[in-house]
Design a protein around this ligand. Sequence first.
Ligand code: ADP
Length: 455
Amino acid sequence: MFKKILIANRGEIAVRIIRACKELGIETVAVYSKADEDALHRELANEAVCIGDKNSLDSYLNIENIISAACLTGCDAIHPGFGFLSENPQFARMVETCGLTFIGPNPDVMEKMGNKSEAIRLMKEAGVPIVPGSYKAVDKEEGLAIAESIGFPVLIKASAGGGGKGIRLVENKNEFELLFNEAKEEALKFFSNDELYIEKYISHPKHIEVQIMCDKLGNCIHLFERNCSLQRRNQKMVEEAPCISISQNLKNKLYQSALKACKYVGYDSVGTIEFLVDGEENYYFIEMNTRVQVEHCVTEAVTNVDIVKNMIKIAYGLPLAYKQEDIKLSGYAIECRINAEDMDNDFRPNPGKITFMHVPGGMGVRIDSAVYPGYVIPPYYDSMILKVICFAKTRLECIRKMREALEELIIDGIKTTVEFHYVLLHHPTFILGHYDTSFIEGFIEELKENARLVQ
Ligand code: ADP
């Protein structure tokens, strides 16, 4: 097994990976920026190296500094976590060129599946259902012609996109040019790549994704689905597993399509295939995430499989420790992503000092966090500070457990989304489980009003 791993990330995912390494008896090296001198991941790792200034471009995205830190500390592998360099094939290639192992898929498959329009083209070839659209990057004129032929509304999406950035909904022809230009600018700003493609807008879809796990010997299994339809501005807020609002027949189709997709491209790590599902249970591939995801914890809870530890073992070249029939569902799990955000100011980030903090606990309650009392959240990075994951035998029991956990959770000094999540967990539509991606936006004012009442 690896002796020492550098974790090229920060926040709760860096802490999560350090914990997995400790359990596997692997030493860890944390990297941190000048803004993260008090960060928990720095404290928990065996060693820590400062890799640059507060701006991500100078630190967590600084390939040379990260690889130098790994070489100087004698690491034999790098885990990229999510975000930052996790889906950057140039980084993965450079890690391998320097004689280290990149903990993730091989760079070629990452490159193919990381570019969303290229991934869609490949999935079309593989016979996986996709959303009607351009199936490739297009310029403004081509894009408009395709939008007219498939019919408005359409989505303009960034090929290199992620986190809901670079996406524009276009209702009619007149808006197309302006929104195309806007999306191009945003894509360039966030991803240094301004390629755009067009997709038919699916009305009121559910976002259902399948967790997969493939080794480097060609074995591939799935770990069932997650329902990630509770989103605000195309960004996930709550995830649950399993999904109770689609048929078993459709689930089986999603699993088979996800495995087919992975086998077609020779995928060799953990990853996620994301689908949209419409009201008639038609399903469409939208993208693959070639990394561990924020919401991996709900799958870990319901399958009892440690996704991060297995990802490390796969990267080392070990065969999968499981056969498909070993993977069983043992209950229901829900995750709430708690962000340091001000709901009353359009959910803008609200970094600052945590003056007091109490986290819930007990059976079936997991907290993945990198914050602590007295910690000052820096303003330079993602606003997600903590995840609450609850697990129980039945979904209703799980909902109750999550409500109690959120009631107990106290984070003073900054504004967070705790109350918003709390009222979401009481909404009849959520309780029934039959929600789609438009649910939160549709009830946003009511949810905010109720959240103010419980503050
Ligand atoms: P990102 O990579 O930025 O996360 P995705 O392509 O995964 O972008 O889409 C994010 C979310 O946007 C989806 O979960 C869904 O809610 C919405 N979405 C994406 N594509 C479509 C579509 N064709 N029709 C309707 N909604 C969509």
